[in-house]
Write a protein that binds this ligand. Sequence first.
Ligand SMILES: Cc1cc2nc3c(=O)[nH]c(=O)nc-3n(C[C@H](O)[C@H](O)[C@H](O)COP(=O)(O)O)c2cc1C
Length: 435
Amino acid sequence: MGFRSFLKTLDESGELTHISREVSPEYEMAGIIEALGEKPVYFENVKDSSFPVVAGFVSSKEIIARALNLKKAHLLHNLSSALELPLPPQIVEKGECQEVVEKEVDLTKLPIMRYTNKDGGKYIASAVSIVRDPEWGRNMSFHRLMLIGKNRFVARIVEDRGTDTALKKAGGELDIAVCIGNSTAVLLAAATSLPKGVDELGMANALEPTELVKCKTINLEVPRNCEFVLEGRITRETAAEGPFLDTTGTIDKIRQQPVIEIKCITHREKPVYQTILPGRHEHQFLMGMPKEPTIFNKVNEVCKCTDVYVTPGGCSWLHAVVQIKKQDSEDGKKAIAAAFEGHKSLKHCIIVDDDIDIYDPNDVEWAVATRFQADKNIVIVPNQPGSSLDPSGDLTEGKKARTCKMGLDATIPAGKTDKSFMKERYRKVDLDRFL
Ligand SMILES: Cc1cc2nc3c(=O)[nH]c(=O)nc-3n(C[C@H](O)[C@H](O)[C@H](O)COP(=O)(O)O)c2cc1C
C-alpha cells in the first residue's frame, strides 16, 4: 500500500502516536523517535516548518510486511521474486506528488533534521534518488543529503554504485530527482542493488503497483504518489560532506562529495515529510533486508534454504543466520560459502536447521551451544575483501577493505538424528481460557 494509505491504516488502528506539541527538528525529534522505540509517530507541529513529519514506517519486519499486505513469513519469497522478475512501471499523466509546483526553491522550509551533535549539518536521511544512466537507464538508490544552502545539498555518493557510474559516464553532471515520503515497496527497491540495466522501479512495481509521472523540469520519472520531489542536477562542484551516522551507528568521516542544485520542488497539496533515524532500525532494516533474498538464492543453489535473517545485532549488514533443511553432511559448510557469495560484505554467518527460530537470538545461540563444535564445524577465511563499514577490518586508505570471515555450522551433525539434539516443546495452550 502507498505511503499515504499506510499512514491512514496505522492512524485508524490507533498505532500512530501523534505529537501535537511543537518539536524541534534539531536533535529533539530524533530523541523522541528513539525513545518511542521507532514505533510509528506523527509530529504535527514542527518548529520553523509548516510540514508534518512521520517516522517508524519501516522499523521492523512486521511493519514492513504489513505495508506490503504480506505475512512476515512471505516477505523473503516476495522480495526474491520481485528481484528476479521486475515489472516495467507505467507512466501516467498526472501525479499527486505534483499537485503543487514551486520554482522558487527554499529548502530551509522543509523540516530537515539534525540528528546528533556530531552531524556535519542538517540532513535528509530518507531521500530516494533517481538518475538516468546514459547506457543502462534508470537507477534508484539512497543518498544522504546535507543541506548547504537554500537550493543546495552535498550528497554522499558511494563510488562504483549506480549513481556514481552514471555520473561518470555522463561526464560529471547529471539530472537527479529526490523523492521523500515513499511507499515501502519503493524504499526497499531503492535499497537494492540490481544487475546493471535492471530498473529498481520495476522491482518496486513487482512488489506493489507503482505508477510513475514525468518530472516538471528534468527528463526523469518518479513514483506518482510520493509526497515531495526535489528536481535538480548533480554538479561538478564538490564540498565537504559529513560527519554523519552510518548503519553501524558509528560516525562516518568527512569527504569531498558532489554538490546537488535543486531547481524545482513539487509536492502534494498537504505533504507529509518522512524521516528515518540513521544508524538505527529503519536504516538497518532497509540495508539488510534486500540482502536476504540474494543470500537465499545463492544458498538454494547448493542446498535447501528455508529462511535468512540479516540480524540487527550485526548492524543488519555484517551478520546473517541462514536456516536450511539439511539433507547432506556437507550442506552446512556449502551454505556458509554460498552465503558469503550472496552478500559480499557479510562477515559472520550461522547456519541452523529448520527447527530453529532464526528471529530469536536465544534459539540461535541454543543451536550453537548444543549442535556446534569449534574444531569441526567452523569455517574461517582470512584476508578477504570486506565491508568498509566495519572499523575492525583493514581500512587502508585507497584500498578495498579487508576482513576475516567466519561461518558456524550449527546444524545437527550428520547421522545424529537421535532425540538428544531436539528441544523438547511443551503443549501449546490458549492462555485466555485460564486467565
Ligand atoms: C537508508 C539507507 C541509506 C543509504 N545511504 C547511502 C548514501 O548516503 N550514499 C550511497 O551511495 N549509498 C547509500 N545507501 C546504499 C545505497 O542505497 C545502495 O547501495 C543502493 O542499493 C545502491 O544501488 P545501485 O547499486 O543500484 O546504485 C544507503 C542505503 C540505505 C538503505
